[in-house]
Every structure is written in C-alpha cells, then in structure tokens.
Design a protein around this ligand. Structure first.
Ligand SMILES: *Cc1c(COP(=O)(O)O)cnc(C)c1O
Length: 394
C-alpha cells in the first residue's frame, strides 16, 4: 500500500462528513461530476412516490393547500437561504437559472434607472448567462460590455447599470472575490447580480453579509435536486419593493386569485415568481435538501479544500510531470470545489476514465473537469481517481 493510500484511509476515518455518504444512492464508481448533476439522495424516491400517489393521486386539487404546494417556492427558498448566507424571505425557487438570470438582470437595469446605459457581463461566463445578458441589454436599450471579473473595478463608472458575474468559473474552477467585487459595484451605484451555480452547496457565499443585490443559482449541481430541478432567485430585502419583474405572471400578483385584469406585484421574494410551479421537481428538491440538516457550509468548505488539495498532491505524485496542467488556482481563496486539468487528448482521456469507473467530465477542447462534492466524495475516492488517471494517461 502506498503512502497516499494509507493517508487517504486515515483522512476518511476522521472525516466528520463521512456519514453523509450513506444518505445518497451510490455505487462503486468514483463520481466526480456532482458539479454537473449531483447524486441522488436516498430520501427522494420515496418522497416523489408520495407526492405522486397520495398528494396528486388521492388529494388532487386539495394538495395546493393541504400539501403545501402553493407556498413551496418560498418555503424551499427559505431552506436554501442558510446555505448561501441569506436570511429568510429573500429567495424564491422556480424556473431555470437561465430564466432567473433574465428576470434578475432586467430588474437590475430597471432599478438602476434611466441614466445608466451600460451592463457589464463576465466575459468568461457560462454561455447561457452571456446569451441572456445580450438579449436583456438589447430589450432594455443598454450596451453590453463583456469584461473579466478582474477588470470589473476599472470598468465601473456612473454609466454602469448592472454587473452579472459567476461566483465560480465553471470551466477553470476559479473562485472570484464576491465581497470585494460586490462592494466595488455598490460603490459605483450599480446593481450586482451573481450566478451561484458552482458555489452554492460547495462553499460559503454570504449573500447578506456582503450586500449582494440579486443572485441566481441552480439546484441540480451541489444541491443534488435532480435533473432539471428548479433554480432560485435571491432579491435582497431592501430591494424587493423596487424589483420590477420582466415576467410578471399571475403567481407573483398581490392577489393571484383575484383574477384581475391589471397587474399589481405582491410583496417580498414571491415577486420573483412567474407561473404555476413545477411541483414534482420542486418537491423532489425539497426532499433532496434534507441531506443538509445538521451540516455546516464551513465544514463542507474545509473538506472541499482538503479534497482538492489531496487530489492535486496525488496527481503530482502519480502523473508524469508536464502531462497535465491545472487550470485551477492553487490559492484557496481563488479555488471553488473542482479541479480542471488541461491536456490535448482530454476527450479521449475522459472516455477512458469513465470506462474505468472514474466519472468526471470533458469541456471542449482540452479540459478534464473533476468536481468534489464533500457530502459523498471521500479521500480514498480521490486517491483512486488520481491513480486511474495516471494509468490512463500513461
Ligand atoms: C449550470 C449553469 C447554468 C445552467 O443554467 P440552466 O438554465 O439551468 O440550464 C447557468 N449558469 C451557470 C454559471 C452554470 O454553471
């Protein structure tokens, strides 16, 4: 047994989150793709069965009230809130991240006011945010300017309406400085919009603490909500009265069952609602979130950094120097919960890794992406992944 194997076993033995693994449905594959689709929490199938058979099958229409369907978007938003450092009443669940980016960005531009005619967008963003930002800018008559997060402070001025940024870069795993950037955006009088897809459930976000204005995120990555599970929208308390949604559906009306001809927004986070929520996915997500009971995000972050450090150490030990190059920053303050390794034959390497039971993903043209989900990935998994990677690269 190598020194790294025995160290992995010792690390697993003292891991405070190790017991959480039993709350997931897993096999003997090393699953390092939870940053794309989180694993299935064991509580979900039974809950979905109950929602379908009893709540829908037997109670039918009564479930909107008796099974809490109508209030699910806010209730589940409040369950996500502590995971992203938000007090209750500021998050609503529903629609996809893409749709929420649209709502948030248009609302941000409207809040910023007429005089501000420029929108800044993360030039390295996950593509959907960039496409939607382009359309949102066009619809609101603003100019869109792509800049890297590092360029944001110098690009801000009194013409900036809103800034849309990714907290963690989906490709490289780089963590951006949310507190400093949010404060710079606020200082310039602009509205901040953060996309938390690759940070929520992996590291502390501190939305309230850092004064973030608006935020969105998906729930099927580190939050394990299931394929296509609904996303969420955060609107800071102080801005809720000014949140003017570009998609004012009847679900966000002050009196949804008044069936009135004219729109009047309700108050609070529910202003982010649009139409009838997708209850099946939403209640699967609610069951999935139970794995977070008793878990501190700080403990998750500590383990995540230990896992990624250990992975880099194993890769350095097993893989010949120069065969792969890490795109993920070494500094903890700049690292999310994934490691991205560059190599020319990445597509082929990932296919062979998956065939050997180590699942990560490939991002064209040359990136191997490995996501580390502290609730169900352990140190022996990490050692095995690096060892198999070295064999495949060999
Ligand atoms: C995964 C991801 C999305 C996904 O958007 P959907 O509308 O759920 O498809 C958006 N933004 C970022 C940064 C992501 O990582």
């Amino acid at each position: 047994m190598s020194e790294l194997t025995s160290r992995a076993e010792k690390l697993d033995a003292v891991d405070q989150l190790a017991a959480k693994r039993g709350e997931f449905v897993l096999d003997d594959v090393v699953y390092l793709d939870g940053n794309s689709l989180g694993a299935l929490p064991a509580a979900v199938p039974g809950r979905v069965e109950d929602v379908v058979r009893r709540q829908w099958g037997e109670l039918r229409i009564r479930s909107w009230d008796e099974s809490g369907w109508w209030t699910a978007p806010e209730r589940i938003g409040d369950r996500i809130a502590p995971l992203v450092g938000a007090a209750a009443g500021q998050i609503v669940v529903g629609d996809s991240t893409s749709v929420n980016v649209f709502k948030a960005l248009v609302a941000a531009v409207r809040m910023a006011g007429e005089g501000r005619d420029e929108v800044l967008v993360d030039a390295t963003t996950f593509p959907t945010d960039g496409y939607i930002a382009e359309s949102a800018a066009r619809l609101t008559g603003r100019t869109l300017r792509p800049v890297t997060p590092a360029e944001v402070p110098s690009a801000l001025n009194d013409r900036t309406a809103a800034v849309l940024l990714n907290h963690v870069d989906y490709r490289t795993g780089r963590l951006h400085d949310l507190p400093a950037l949010t404060s710079a955006i606020r200082g310039a009088g602009a509205v901040s919009v953060w996309d938390l897809c690759h940070s929520a459930g992996a590291l502390p976000v501190g939305l309230d603490e850092h004064g973030v204005d608006l935020a969105v995120g998906c729930t099927y990555k580190y939050l394990n909500g299931g394929p296509g599970s609904p996303a969420y929208l955060y609107v800071r308390h102080g801005l809720q009265d000014r949140f003017d949604s570009p998609l004012p559906g009847w679900n966000s009306h002050a009196e949804p069952f008044g069936m009135r001809a004219s729109y009047e927004p309700g108050s609070g986070a529910l202003r982010g609602r649009v139409g009838t929520p997708d209850i099946l996915s939403m209640l699967a997500l609610e069951a999935a979130l139970e794995v977070w009971d008793g878990v501190s995000v700080e403990a998750v972050r500590a383990k995540s950094l230990a896992l990624t450090d250990f992975f880099l150490e194993c890769v350095a030990e097993y893989v010949p120097e120069g065969r792969v190059e890490s795109l993920t920053p070494l500094a903890h303050a700049e690292r999310g919960s994934q490691i991205a390794l560059r190599c020319d034959d990445a597509g082929d390497v990932m296919r062979r890794l998956i065939a050997r039971g180590v699942v990560g993903d490939f991002r064209a043209p040359d990136v191997l992406r490995f996501g580390f989900t502290p609730l169900y990935v352990g140190f022996t998994d990490v050692e095995r992944a690096a060892r198999v990677l070295a064999e495949v690269l060999g």
